[in-house]
Design a binder for this molecule. Sequence first.
Ligand code: TTP
Ligand code: MG
Length: 385
Amino acid sequence: MDWPRVILHLDMDAFYASIEQLDRPELRGKPILVGHDGPRGVVSTASYEARKFGCHSAQPMVTAKRLCPQAIVVPVRMERYSEVSGRIFGIFDEFSPLVEPLSLDEAFLDLTGTEHIHGTAIEAARKLKARIRQEVGVTGSAGVAACKFIAKLASDLQKPDGLTVIGPEDLDCVLPPLPITKLWGIGKVTGKRLEPLGLRTIGDLRRRGLDGLRQVLGNEAQWYWNLAHGIDDRPVIPDHDAKSISNETTFGTDLADAQQVRDVLLDLTENVAARLRRSGLKAAGVHIKVRFGDFQTITRSATLREPTDVTAELWAAARGLFDEWGRGFQPVRLIGIAAERLTAGSVQQLSLFAHPEQVRQEKLDALTDRINSRFGKRAIRRGGA
Ligand code: TTP
Ligand code: MG
């Protein structure tokens, strides 16, 4: 492979549902829906057995149950999913020093120059998938390409348990027939707007040429022209080089239960805190992001007393922001947290002079991280209060 860069994108298959089937063998091979089973419940994800009936993420639970009455509904267990995620990311780290997490079940790995360790990118992808299957017990789909955009597109083409390679020589054949909504940043809404203008496929977009696109897409034209030609030079940025470390969840339909949203925010915070510690970073600030059904988005930020990687301290700040905003709670489409103003932490030095409670929290976090990475078991579960 003489590509300038070799990027692997891996996305786990029906992630929450696969973990439920792993933990409860009686659910294997059956259609299952993960989510809250109430009149306002939403499907977080459907097992592949349920997808055959038309069930999918973000669908109202009542609709999914109508499409597949025999489906078994299972509640969300976020703490278990983040624990499994931690183990999968532990395996990613063995394949590349450059791992960029996108969510609990998805990451980019820059495999450029790693051939002497794991062989070609295809061999590495096979090994990586096999190790996750053997050591964790779930499957994922991989895409291998010379840039991030194409790698992500590739991983989605042969789900589940797929491995798709799209080399630079394949681009002119693979890209043109695909709908423009496959381009990073073009969602359903923009897709609908562009369709009457004769822009339905990536091929349509290519034929319009850069100048033609400028009339329709303005400043964004160059970006989409590049993507349509498989050009994307964004680097893979691991957490320890990032300006901020964030994590967010989209609910698909609005979540109207404030306590449920708060619980999700705690899980997201634990994930961000663990990633800070893994990268040896501390955050001087946090912000939370809330998006509503109409895509209106608000953020609220706070400065920490001193830079920290302690889960309890980050959660105190995030919870404060959430509770303050939450006095006028409205149903939420997306919730997210970011740790920002990051600095390289020096744990030793701080602990010497630290308050006993801070030392206790640091030890608790270290223990949790150790147990999570070694056994994939979470012995210590934080309460939301
Ligand atoms: P995805 O990777 O989008 O979906 P998936 O892993 O369930 O299925 P696949 O990748 O095989 O198509 O999302 C990962 C997890 O994130 C998913 O298991 C559940 C959660 N999720 C939601 O809670 N709500 C959503 O709307 C989506 C899309 C995902
Ligand atoms: Mg997935």
